[in-house]
Write a protein of this length. Structure first.
Length: 569
Protein backbone atom coordinates (compact mmCIF):
# COMPACT_ATOMS: atom_id res chain seq x y z
CA UNK A 1 0.00 0.00 0.00
CA UNK A 2 2.76 2.47 0.96
CA UNK A 3 4.65 1.52 -2.20
CA UNK A 4 1.57 2.46 -4.24
CA UNK A 5 1.36 5.78 -2.39
CA UNK A 6 5.06 6.36 -3.07
CA UNK A 7 4.50 5.75 -6.80
CA UNK A 8 1.50 8.09 -6.89
CA UNK A 9 3.36 10.84 -5.04
CA UNK A 10 6.36 10.58 -7.41
CA UNK A 11 4.04 10.95 -10.41
CA UNK A 12 2.15 13.89 -8.83
CA UNK A 13 5.41 15.65 -7.98
CA UNK A 14 6.70 15.15 -11.52
CA UNK A 15 9.73 13.19 -10.31
CA UNK A 16 8.84 10.26 -12.55
CA UNK A 17 6.51 9.90 -15.53
CA UNK A 18 3.70 7.37 -15.76
CA UNK A 19 5.38 5.55 -18.68
CA UNK A 20 8.66 5.30 -16.73
CA UNK A 21 6.77 3.94 -13.72
CA UNK A 22 5.03 1.33 -15.88
CA UNK A 23 8.41 0.23 -17.23
CA UNK A 24 9.81 -0.11 -13.69
CA UNK A 25 6.73 -2.04 -12.50
CA UNK A 26 7.09 -4.46 -15.41
CA UNK A 27 10.73 -5.10 -14.48
CA UNK A 28 9.70 -5.54 -10.85
CA UNK A 29 7.05 -8.10 -11.77
CA UNK A 30 9.60 -10.02 -13.84
CA UNK A 31 12.55 -9.89 -11.40
CA UNK A 32 11.01 -9.28 -7.96
CA UNK A 33 13.50 -6.49 -7.24
CA UNK A 34 12.75 -3.42 -5.12
CA UNK A 35 10.89 -0.75 -7.13
CA UNK A 36 13.01 2.18 -5.96
CA UNK A 37 16.22 0.32 -6.88
CA UNK A 38 14.84 -0.32 -10.37
CA UNK A 39 13.92 3.34 -10.85
CA UNK A 40 17.48 4.38 -9.95
CA UNK A 41 19.32 1.65 -11.88
CA UNK A 42 17.26 2.29 -15.01
CA UNK A 43 17.96 6.03 -14.62
CA UNK A 44 14.23 6.78 -14.52
CA UNK A 45 14.71 9.06 -11.52
CA UNK A 46 17.47 10.12 -9.13
CA UNK A 47 18.28 8.83 -5.61
CA UNK A 48 17.66 12.36 -4.29
CA UNK A 49 14.13 12.45 -5.79
CA UNK A 50 13.25 9.12 -4.17
CA UNK A 51 14.64 10.25 -0.81
CA UNK A 52 12.63 13.50 -0.96
CA UNK A 53 9.49 11.54 -1.83
CA UNK A 54 10.03 9.21 1.14
CA UNK A 55 10.45 12.27 3.33
CA UNK A 56 7.18 13.82 2.16
CA UNK A 57 5.20 10.57 2.24
CA UNK A 58 6.33 9.41 5.71
CA UNK A 59 6.75 12.90 7.18
CA UNK A 60 10.33 12.22 8.22
CA UNK A 61 13.42 14.43 7.81
CA UNK A 62 15.56 14.32 4.68
CA UNK A 63 19.23 14.80 5.67
CA UNK A 64 21.98 16.20 3.47
CA UNK A 65 25.04 14.30 4.70
CA UNK A 66 27.77 16.65 3.52
CA UNK A 67 31.53 16.47 4.06
CA UNK A 68 31.19 18.19 7.45
CA UNK A 69 28.78 15.57 8.77
CA UNK A 70 30.24 12.98 11.15
CA UNK A 71 29.09 10.50 13.75
CA UNK A 72 30.48 10.15 17.22
CA UNK A 73 32.32 6.95 18.06
CA UNK A 74 29.64 5.93 20.58
CA UNK A 75 26.98 6.32 17.89
CA UNK A 76 28.42 4.09 15.20
CA UNK A 77 29.67 1.61 17.81
CA UNK A 78 26.01 0.85 18.60
CA UNK A 79 25.62 -1.39 15.55
CA UNK A 80 28.12 -3.60 13.66
CA UNK A 81 29.46 -2.51 10.30
CA UNK A 82 27.85 -5.56 8.65
CA UNK A 83 24.39 -4.36 9.75
CA UNK A 84 25.04 -0.78 8.62
CA UNK A 85 26.17 -1.96 5.17
CA UNK A 86 23.52 -4.65 4.78
CA UNK A 87 20.62 -2.25 5.36
CA UNK A 88 22.42 0.95 4.26
CA UNK A 89 21.77 2.97 7.43
CA UNK A 90 23.58 4.89 10.15
CA UNK A 91 22.47 5.54 13.76
CA UNK A 92 22.33 9.01 15.38
CA UNK A 93 21.74 9.53 19.09
CA UNK A 94 18.42 11.38 19.58
CA UNK A 95 17.87 11.06 23.30
CA UNK A 96 20.72 9.72 25.40
CA UNK A 97 19.98 6.12 26.40
CA UNK A 98 16.37 6.34 25.15
CA UNK A 99 16.04 6.83 21.39
CA UNK A 100 18.10 6.92 18.22
CA UNK A 101 17.42 8.20 14.72
CA UNK A 102 18.16 5.82 11.89
CA UNK A 103 19.18 7.58 8.68
CA UNK A 104 18.08 5.06 6.06
CA UNK A 105 18.15 4.54 2.32
CA UNK A 106 14.81 2.72 2.56
CA UNK A 107 12.67 3.81 5.55
CA UNK A 108 10.10 1.11 4.66
CA UNK A 109 12.58 -1.67 5.55
CA UNK A 110 11.09 -3.04 8.77
CA UNK A 111 13.71 -5.82 8.95
CA UNK A 112 16.34 -3.11 9.35
CA UNK A 113 14.37 -1.35 12.10
CA UNK A 114 13.73 -4.62 13.97
CA UNK A 115 17.39 -5.65 13.71
CA UNK A 116 18.65 -2.34 15.11
CA UNK A 117 15.99 -2.34 17.83
CA UNK A 118 17.05 -5.82 18.96
CA UNK A 119 20.71 -4.75 19.02
CA UNK A 120 20.21 -1.49 20.91
CA UNK A 121 16.85 -1.80 22.75
CA UNK A 122 16.28 1.87 21.88
CA UNK A 123 13.20 3.59 20.53
CA UNK A 124 13.68 4.09 16.78
CA UNK A 125 13.00 7.29 14.84
CA UNK A 126 13.61 7.52 11.10
CA UNK A 127 15.25 9.90 8.67
CA UNK A 128 16.12 9.41 5.01
CA UNK A 129 19.10 10.13 2.75
CA UNK A 130 20.67 8.70 -0.40
CA UNK A 131 22.60 5.44 -0.58
CA UNK A 132 25.76 7.22 -1.74
CA UNK A 133 25.69 9.71 1.13
CA UNK A 134 25.06 7.01 3.75
CA UNK A 135 27.76 4.74 2.31
CA UNK A 136 30.29 7.60 2.48
CA UNK A 137 29.55 8.08 6.20
CA UNK A 138 29.80 4.31 6.80
CA UNK A 139 33.22 4.34 5.14
CA UNK A 140 34.32 7.25 7.30
CA UNK A 141 33.20 5.57 10.51
CA UNK A 142 33.99 1.91 9.97
CA UNK A 143 36.42 1.64 7.10
CA UNK A 144 38.56 4.71 7.47
CA UNK A 145 42.19 3.77 7.66
CA UNK A 146 42.79 6.20 10.50
CA UNK A 147 40.83 3.95 12.85
CA UNK A 148 42.81 0.84 11.96
CA UNK A 149 46.11 2.69 11.87
CA UNK A 150 45.35 4.21 15.27
CA UNK A 151 44.69 0.75 16.65
CA UNK A 152 47.95 -0.57 15.23
CA UNK A 153 49.84 2.45 16.50
CA UNK A 154 48.33 2.02 19.97
CA UNK A 155 49.80 -1.48 20.14
CA UNK A 156 53.22 -0.21 19.01
CA UNK A 157 53.25 2.67 21.49
CA UNK A 158 52.00 0.67 24.47
CA UNK A 159 54.25 -2.31 23.85
CA UNK A 160 57.32 -0.21 23.17
CA UNK A 161 56.81 1.67 26.43
CA UNK A 162 56.01 -1.37 28.55
CA UNK A 163 58.82 -3.07 30.38
CA UNK A 164 56.78 -6.25 30.39
CA UNK A 165 57.00 -6.34 26.61
CA UNK A 166 60.79 -6.52 26.62
CA UNK A 167 60.97 -10.24 26.24
CA UNK A 168 62.22 -10.88 22.67
CA UNK A 169 61.01 -14.46 22.68
CA UNK A 170 63.74 -17.06 22.82
CA UNK A 171 63.83 -18.68 19.38
CA UNK A 172 64.35 -22.07 21.00
CA UNK A 173 61.55 -21.76 23.57
CA UNK A 174 58.41 -22.96 21.79
CA UNK A 175 56.32 -22.86 24.98
CA UNK A 176 57.15 -19.19 25.53
CA UNK A 177 56.29 -18.34 21.92
CA UNK A 178 53.00 -20.20 22.27
CA UNK A 179 52.07 -18.16 25.34
CA UNK A 180 52.94 -14.81 23.77
CA UNK A 181 51.18 -15.71 20.51
CA UNK A 182 47.90 -15.68 22.41
CA UNK A 183 48.55 -12.38 24.22
CA UNK A 184 45.92 -9.70 23.60
CA UNK A 185 48.28 -7.24 21.78
CA UNK A 186 49.46 -9.97 19.39
CA UNK A 187 45.95 -11.24 18.63
CA UNK A 188 44.65 -7.69 18.19
CA UNK A 189 47.48 -6.70 15.85
CA UNK A 190 46.90 -9.68 13.55
CA UNK A 191 43.12 -9.11 13.57
CA UNK A 192 43.42 -5.40 12.79
CA UNK A 193 45.90 -6.04 9.99
CA UNK A 194 43.64 -8.65 8.37
CA UNK A 195 40.73 -6.21 8.65
CA UNK A 196 42.71 -3.43 6.98
CA UNK A 197 43.92 -5.76 4.22
CA UNK A 198 40.42 -6.92 3.26
CA UNK A 199 38.93 -3.43 3.47
CA UNK A 200 41.64 -1.96 1.25
CA UNK A 201 41.36 -4.82 -1.25
CA UNK A 202 44.92 -6.03 -0.60
CA UNK A 203 46.03 -9.25 -2.29
CA UNK A 204 48.98 -9.96 0.04
CA UNK A 205 50.43 -9.09 3.45
CA UNK A 206 54.23 -9.26 3.81
CA UNK A 207 55.98 -9.66 7.20
CA UNK A 208 59.73 -9.09 6.83
CA UNK A 209 62.22 -9.32 9.73
CA UNK A 210 65.29 -7.11 10.09
CA UNK A 211 68.07 -7.12 12.66
CA UNK A 212 66.60 -4.43 14.91
CA UNK A 213 63.21 -3.78 13.31
CA UNK A 214 60.63 -5.39 11.06
CA UNK A 215 58.57 -4.32 8.08
CA UNK A 216 54.92 -4.98 7.25
CA UNK A 217 53.57 -4.19 3.78
CA UNK A 218 50.28 -4.62 1.93
CA UNK A 219 50.02 -5.17 -1.82
CA UNK A 220 47.10 -3.08 -3.06
CA UNK A 221 46.35 -2.77 -6.80
CA UNK A 222 49.65 -4.48 -7.53
CA UNK A 223 51.80 -2.05 -5.51
CA UNK A 224 53.33 -2.69 -2.08
CA UNK A 225 52.86 -0.02 0.59
CA UNK A 226 54.08 0.19 4.16
CA UNK A 227 51.76 -0.08 7.16
CA UNK A 228 52.47 0.40 10.86
CA UNK A 229 54.86 -2.42 11.88
CA UNK A 230 54.78 -4.12 15.30
CA UNK A 231 57.63 -3.70 17.80
CA UNK A 232 60.54 -6.02 16.94
CA UNK A 233 59.99 -7.66 20.34
CA UNK A 234 56.56 -8.88 19.22
CA UNK A 235 57.60 -10.11 15.77
CA UNK A 236 58.32 -13.75 16.69
CA UNK A 237 55.05 -13.99 18.65
CA UNK A 238 53.05 -12.52 15.73
CA UNK A 239 54.60 -15.01 13.29
CA UNK A 240 53.79 -17.81 15.74
CA UNK A 241 50.20 -16.57 15.99
CA UNK A 242 49.87 -16.70 12.19
CA UNK A 243 51.39 -20.20 12.10
CA UNK A 244 48.95 -21.40 14.77
CA UNK A 245 46.01 -20.06 12.74
CA UNK A 246 47.42 -21.77 9.65
CA UNK A 247 48.02 -25.09 11.42
CA UNK A 248 51.73 -24.91 10.63
CA UNK A 249 54.49 -26.41 12.80
CA UNK A 250 55.53 -23.60 15.15
CA UNK A 251 58.66 -25.51 16.19
CA UNK A 252 59.97 -25.69 12.59
CA UNK A 253 61.78 -22.48 11.69
CA UNK A 254 64.50 -23.85 9.41
CA UNK A 255 62.37 -24.90 6.43
CA UNK A 256 59.78 -23.10 4.27
CA UNK A 257 56.23 -23.99 5.30
CA UNK A 258 52.75 -23.56 3.82
CA UNK A 259 49.33 -23.34 5.44
CA UNK A 260 45.95 -21.68 5.20
CA UNK A 261 43.05 -20.55 7.37
CA UNK A 262 39.70 -18.79 7.10
CA UNK A 263 38.14 -15.88 8.93
CA UNK A 264 34.80 -14.13 8.74
CA UNK A 265 34.62 -10.46 7.80
CA UNK A 266 31.41 -8.41 7.43
CA UNK A 267 29.36 -11.53 6.95
CA UNK A 268 31.57 -13.24 4.36
CA UNK A 269 34.28 -15.88 4.71
CA UNK A 270 37.78 -14.93 3.53
CA UNK A 271 40.49 -17.54 2.85
CA UNK A 272 44.12 -16.78 3.69
CA UNK A 273 47.00 -18.77 2.19
CA UNK A 274 50.21 -18.51 4.23
CA UNK A 275 53.82 -19.11 3.21
CA UNK A 276 56.82 -18.83 5.54
CA UNK A 277 60.50 -18.74 4.62
CA UNK A 278 63.56 -18.67 6.93
CA UNK A 279 65.77 -15.58 6.49
CA UNK A 280 68.87 -14.36 8.33
CA UNK A 281 66.98 -12.47 11.06
CA UNK A 282 63.88 -14.68 11.35
CA UNK A 283 61.01 -15.98 9.30
CA UNK A 284 59.45 -13.99 6.50
CA UNK A 285 55.72 -14.66 6.10
CA UNK A 286 53.49 -13.77 3.16
CA UNK A 287 49.73 -14.06 3.58
CA UNK A 288 47.71 -14.24 0.35
CA UNK A 289 44.20 -12.85 0.84
CA UNK A 290 41.72 -14.92 -1.15
CA UNK A 291 38.50 -12.96 -0.97
CA UNK A 292 35.99 -14.91 -3.04
CA UNK A 293 33.65 -11.92 -3.19
CA UNK A 294 36.30 -9.78 -4.87
CA UNK A 295 37.30 -12.51 -7.33
CA UNK A 296 34.13 -13.82 -8.91
CA UNK A 297 33.38 -11.04 -11.34
CA UNK A 298 31.41 -10.88 -14.53
CA UNK A 299 33.61 -10.78 -17.61
CA UNK A 300 32.28 -7.25 -18.24
CA UNK A 301 33.54 -6.18 -14.80
CA UNK A 302 37.00 -7.51 -15.59
CA UNK A 303 37.22 -5.49 -18.80
CA UNK A 304 35.83 -7.66 -21.63
CA UNK A 305 33.59 -5.76 -24.00
CA UNK A 306 32.05 -5.68 -27.45
CA UNK A 307 32.98 -8.31 -30.03
CA UNK A 308 35.74 -9.78 -27.85
CA UNK A 309 33.27 -10.54 -25.06
CA UNK A 310 30.80 -12.08 -27.52
CA UNK A 311 33.43 -14.30 -29.18
CA UNK A 312 34.94 -15.37 -25.83
CA UNK A 313 31.56 -16.61 -24.63
CA UNK A 314 30.92 -18.33 -27.97
CA UNK A 315 34.29 -20.12 -27.87
CA UNK A 316 33.72 -21.21 -24.26
CA UNK A 317 30.52 -22.84 -25.50
CA UNK A 318 32.33 -24.89 -28.15
CA UNK A 319 32.75 -28.64 -27.57
CA UNK A 320 36.54 -28.73 -27.89
CA UNK A 321 39.71 -26.70 -28.30
CA UNK A 322 42.20 -24.87 -26.09
CA UNK A 323 41.81 -21.36 -24.68
CA UNK A 324 45.04 -19.88 -23.30
CA UNK A 325 45.53 -16.86 -21.05
CA UNK A 326 49.04 -15.43 -21.13
CA UNK A 327 50.86 -12.79 -19.17
CA UNK A 328 53.23 -12.34 -16.22
CA UNK A 329 52.43 -13.15 -12.60
CA UNK A 330 49.91 -10.68 -11.19
CA UNK A 331 48.24 -9.85 -14.50
CA UNK A 332 44.80 -11.12 -13.47
CA UNK A 333 44.85 -14.44 -15.35
CA UNK A 334 43.39 -16.35 -12.36
CA UNK A 335 40.50 -13.91 -12.05
CA UNK A 336 39.65 -14.32 -15.74
CA UNK A 337 39.91 -18.11 -15.51
CA UNK A 338 37.55 -18.32 -12.54
CA UNK A 339 35.10 -15.96 -14.20
CA UNK A 340 35.17 -18.16 -17.30
CA UNK A 341 34.48 -21.17 -15.07
CA UNK A 342 31.40 -19.34 -13.84
CA UNK A 343 30.13 -19.30 -17.44
CA UNK A 344 31.01 -22.96 -18.01
CA UNK A 345 29.41 -24.11 -14.75
CA UNK A 346 26.11 -25.81 -15.50
CA UNK A 347 24.05 -28.81 -14.31
CA UNK A 348 24.55 -30.27 -17.79
CA UNK A 349 28.36 -30.00 -17.74
CA UNK A 350 31.07 -31.79 -15.78
CA UNK A 351 33.71 -29.10 -15.19
CA UNK A 352 37.00 -30.23 -13.60
CA UNK A 353 40.10 -28.28 -12.62
CA UNK A 354 43.65 -29.13 -11.64
CA UNK A 355 45.34 -26.31 -9.70
CA UNK A 356 48.50 -25.57 -7.73
CA UNK A 357 47.11 -24.78 -5.23
CA UNK A 358 43.31 -24.56 -5.28
CA UNK A 359 42.87 -20.90 -4.37
CA UNK A 360 39.09 -20.44 -4.46
CA UNK A 361 36.50 -23.13 -3.82
CA UNK A 362 33.51 -22.87 -6.18
CA UNK A 363 30.28 -24.82 -5.80
CA UNK A 364 29.49 -26.94 -8.83
CA UNK A 365 33.14 -27.21 -9.98
CA UNK A 366 35.27 -30.32 -9.29
CA UNK A 367 38.63 -28.95 -8.16
CA UNK A 368 41.77 -31.07 -7.74
CA UNK A 369 45.05 -29.85 -6.19
CA UNK A 370 48.43 -31.08 -7.38
CA UNK A 371 50.66 -32.75 -4.77
CA UNK A 372 54.20 -32.93 -6.19
CA UNK A 373 55.62 -34.48 -3.00
CA UNK A 374 53.71 -37.69 -3.67
CA UNK A 375 54.14 -37.60 -7.45
CA UNK A 376 50.75 -36.07 -8.25
CA UNK A 377 51.83 -33.38 -10.72
CA UNK A 378 49.77 -31.60 -13.40
CA UNK A 379 50.27 -34.36 -15.96
CA UNK A 380 49.32 -37.16 -13.56
CA UNK A 381 46.24 -35.23 -12.38
CA UNK A 382 45.17 -34.71 -15.98
CA UNK A 383 45.43 -38.41 -16.78
CA UNK A 384 43.03 -39.22 -13.95
CA UNK A 385 40.69 -36.30 -14.71
CA UNK A 386 40.23 -37.49 -18.29
CA UNK A 387 38.85 -40.77 -16.91
CA UNK A 388 36.21 -38.78 -15.00
CA UNK A 389 34.12 -37.96 -18.08
CA UNK A 390 34.75 -34.18 -18.11
CA UNK A 391 33.17 -31.72 -20.53
CA UNK A 392 35.52 -28.86 -19.68
CA UNK A 393 38.94 -28.89 -18.00
CA UNK A 394 40.84 -26.01 -16.43
CA UNK A 395 44.60 -26.44 -15.90
CA UNK A 396 46.18 -23.89 -13.60
CA UNK A 397 49.32 -23.56 -15.72
CA UNK A 398 51.05 -25.32 -18.60
CA UNK A 399 54.65 -25.72 -17.41
CA UNK A 400 56.07 -28.67 -19.35
CA UNK A 401 55.67 -30.70 -22.52
CA UNK A 402 53.92 -33.59 -20.79
CA UNK A 403 51.15 -31.38 -19.38
CA UNK A 404 50.80 -29.48 -22.68
CA UNK A 405 50.59 -32.66 -24.77
CA UNK A 406 47.94 -34.25 -22.53
CA UNK A 407 45.92 -30.99 -22.64
CA UNK A 408 46.08 -30.96 -26.42
CA UNK A 409 45.14 -34.63 -26.72
CA UNK A 410 42.20 -33.90 -24.42
CA UNK A 411 40.99 -31.10 -26.69
CA UNK A 412 41.24 -33.39 -29.71
CA UNK A 413 39.01 -35.95 -28.00
CA UNK A 414 36.15 -33.55 -27.32
CA UNK A 415 37.01 -31.35 -24.35
CA UNK A 416 37.25 -27.57 -24.00
CA UNK A 417 40.49 -26.85 -22.12
CA UNK A 418 41.39 -23.61 -20.32
CA UNK A 419 44.89 -22.86 -19.07
CA UNK A 420 47.59 -20.20 -18.62
CA UNK A 421 51.04 -19.73 -20.10
CA UNK A 422 53.82 -17.25 -19.29
CA UNK A 423 54.51 -15.21 -22.45
CA UNK A 424 54.75 -11.49 -23.15
CA UNK A 425 52.08 -11.40 -25.86
CA UNK A 426 49.53 -13.63 -27.55
CA UNK A 427 51.44 -14.53 -30.72
CA UNK A 428 54.61 -15.71 -28.92
CA UNK A 429 52.60 -18.51 -27.30
CA UNK A 430 53.14 -20.66 -30.39
CA UNK A 431 56.94 -20.43 -30.23
CA UNK A 432 56.76 -21.06 -26.49
CA UNK A 433 54.91 -24.31 -27.21
CA UNK A 434 57.64 -25.29 -29.68
CA UNK A 435 60.28 -24.50 -27.06
CA UNK A 436 58.78 -26.95 -24.58
CA UNK A 437 58.63 -29.66 -27.23
CA UNK A 438 55.09 -29.58 -28.67
CA UNK A 439 54.89 -30.24 -32.44
CA UNK A 440 53.53 -27.27 -34.40
CA UNK A 441 50.91 -29.41 -36.14
CA UNK A 442 49.43 -30.34 -32.73
CA UNK A 443 49.37 -26.70 -31.53
CA UNK A 444 47.78 -25.56 -34.81
CA UNK A 445 45.10 -28.25 -34.62
CA UNK A 446 44.00 -27.57 -31.04
CA UNK A 447 44.41 -23.85 -30.26
CA UNK A 448 41.21 -21.80 -30.58
CA UNK A 449 41.91 -18.59 -28.67
CA UNK A 450 44.86 -16.89 -26.97
CA UNK A 451 44.34 -13.87 -24.74
CA UNK A 452 47.30 -11.83 -23.49
CA UNK A 453 46.30 -9.87 -20.40
CA UNK A 454 47.62 -7.08 -18.18
CA UNK A 455 46.10 -4.90 -15.45
CA UNK A 456 46.06 -1.10 -15.62
CA UNK A 457 45.22 1.09 -12.65
CA UNK A 458 42.13 3.21 -13.15
CA UNK A 459 41.69 6.89 -12.32
CA UNK A 460 40.12 7.54 -8.91
CA UNK A 461 36.52 8.63 -9.63
CA UNK A 462 36.50 10.88 -6.57
CA UNK A 463 39.32 13.16 -7.76
CA UNK A 464 39.21 12.64 -11.54
CA UNK A 465 40.05 15.88 -13.35
CA UNK A 466 40.78 16.93 -16.91
CA UNK A 467 44.36 17.89 -17.72
CA UNK A 468 46.65 18.55 -20.67
CA UNK A 469 49.55 16.07 -20.99
CA UNK A 470 52.97 17.36 -21.97
CA UNK A 471 54.54 16.78 -25.36
CA UNK A 472 56.61 13.85 -24.10
CA UNK A 473 53.51 11.94 -22.99
CA UNK A 474 51.69 12.67 -26.24
CA UNK A 475 54.62 11.20 -28.22
CA UNK A 476 53.80 7.80 -26.67
CA UNK A 477 50.19 7.97 -27.84
CA UNK A 478 50.92 8.99 -31.46
CA UNK A 479 52.13 5.56 -32.66
CA UNK A 480 48.88 4.04 -31.36
CA UNK A 481 46.46 6.65 -32.71
CA UNK A 482 47.37 9.59 -34.92
CA UNK A 483 44.34 11.50 -33.60
CA UNK A 484 45.54 11.26 -29.99
CA UNK A 485 46.38 14.99 -29.81
CA UNK A 486 42.65 15.76 -30.00
CA UNK A 487 41.64 13.47 -27.13
CA UNK A 488 40.47 14.77 -23.77
CA UNK A 489 42.81 13.47 -21.07
CA UNK A 490 42.14 12.87 -17.39
CA UNK A 491 44.12 12.05 -14.28
CA UNK A 492 43.50 11.90 -10.54
CA UNK A 493 44.47 15.00 -8.59
CA UNK A 494 44.78 12.93 -5.39
CA UNK A 495 42.43 12.55 -2.44
CA UNK A 496 42.03 10.56 0.78
CA UNK A 497 40.13 7.76 -0.97
CA UNK A 498 43.06 6.95 -3.28
CA UNK A 499 45.81 7.87 -0.76
CA UNK A 500 46.70 10.86 -2.94
CA UNK A 501 47.86 8.62 -5.79
CA UNK A 502 45.07 9.61 -8.20
CA UNK A 503 44.54 5.92 -9.01
CA UNK A 504 42.13 3.44 -7.46
CA UNK A 505 41.27 -0.08 -8.63
CA UNK A 506 42.40 -1.92 -11.75
CA UNK A 507 40.91 -3.07 -15.05
CA UNK A 508 42.24 -5.62 -17.50
CA UNK A 509 43.52 -4.86 -20.97
CA UNK A 510 43.67 -7.58 -23.60
CA UNK A 511 45.29 -8.80 -26.77
CA UNK A 512 42.66 -11.09 -28.26
CA UNK A 513 44.01 -13.55 -30.84
CA UNK A 514 41.48 -15.90 -32.35
CA UNK A 515 43.18 -18.74 -34.24
CA UNK A 516 41.71 -18.37 -37.72
CA UNK A 517 42.49 -20.77 -40.63
CA UNK A 518 45.14 -18.31 -41.86
CA UNK A 519 46.86 -18.14 -38.46
CA UNK A 520 46.57 -21.92 -38.12
CA UNK A 521 48.37 -22.42 -41.43
CA UNK A 522 51.20 -20.06 -40.43
CA UNK A 523 51.63 -21.88 -37.11
CA UNK A 524 51.79 -25.20 -38.92
CA UNK A 525 54.52 -23.75 -41.16
CA UNK A 526 56.42 -22.50 -38.06
CA UNK A 527 56.74 -18.88 -39.18
CA UNK A 528 58.60 -16.59 -36.79
CA UNK A 529 56.80 -14.61 -34.06
CA UNK A 530 57.19 -11.20 -35.74
CA UNK A 531 55.70 -12.37 -39.05
CA UNK A 532 52.86 -14.07 -37.21
CA UNK A 533 52.22 -10.94 -35.13
CA UNK A 534 52.11 -8.70 -38.19
CA UNK A 535 49.63 -11.05 -39.85
CA UNK A 536 47.44 -11.11 -36.73
CA UNK A 537 47.41 -7.30 -36.52
CA UNK A 538 46.63 -7.06 -40.23
CA UNK A 539 43.76 -9.47 -39.62
CA UNK A 540 42.27 -7.15 -37.00
CA UNK A 541 43.95 -8.09 -33.71
CA UNK A 542 44.04 -5.18 -31.27
CA UNK A 543 47.38 -5.08 -29.43
CA UNK A 544 47.78 -4.58 -25.69
CA UNK A 545 49.03 -1.04 -26.30
CA UNK A 546 46.05 -0.17 -28.49
CA UNK A 547 43.62 -1.56 -25.92
CA UNK A 548 45.37 0.36 -23.14
CA UNK A 549 45.24 3.66 -25.05
CA UNK A 550 41.57 3.13 -25.88
CA UNK A 551 41.03 3.17 -22.12
CA UNK A 552 43.09 6.37 -21.97
CA UNK A 553 40.86 7.85 -24.67
CA UNK A 554 37.74 6.92 -22.68
CA UNK A 555 39.15 8.55 -19.54
CA UNK A 556 39.54 5.30 -17.59
CA UNK A 557 43.31 5.45 -17.07
CA UNK A 558 46.31 7.69 -17.69
CA UNK A 559 48.97 7.81 -20.41
CA UNK A 560 51.67 7.07 -17.83
CA UNK A 561 49.84 3.99 -16.59
CA UNK A 562 49.41 2.70 -20.15
CA UNK A 563 53.14 3.23 -20.77
CA UNK A 564 54.10 1.49 -17.51
CA UNK A 565 52.00 -1.61 -18.17
CA UNK A 566 52.66 -2.35 -21.84
CA UNK A 567 55.17 -1.54 -24.51
CA UNK A 568 53.93 0.65 -27.33
CA UNK A 569 54.31 -1.24 -30.61
Amino acid sequence: MITDQLSEMMIRSGRVGSSELEKALAIQEETGRVLTDILIEEKLTSPEDIAHTFSELLNIPYLELGEEFHLKREEYDMIPESVARRFCLIPMMKEEGVAITLVMKNPLDMDAVDTVRSLTSYEIHKAVSTEAAISTIIDKCYKEEAYVEAGLQDIVDVEAASEEAEFEANMGDVDQLLVHANDAPVVRYVNLLLMEAVRDGASDIHFEPGENSCTVRLRVDGTLRLVTPPPRTLYAAIITRIKILSEMDIAERRLPLDGRFKFKFTGRVVDVRVSSMPLVFGEKVVMRILDKQSLLLDLEDIGFEGQNLKRFKEILGMPNGIVLLTGPTGSGKTTTLYSALGILKSPTRNVQTVEDPVEYLIDGINQMPVRPKIGLNFAECLRHILRQDPDAVMIGEIRDSETAEIAMRASLTGHIVLSTLHTNDATSSFSRMRDIGIPSYLTAATMRLIIAQRLVKTICPNCKTEYQPDAGELEWAKPVNIDSENWTYYHGSGCSKCRNTGLKGRRAIFEFLEVTPGIREMVHEEVDDLTLRRAAIKGGMETLAENAFHRVQRGETTIQEAINVCMVD
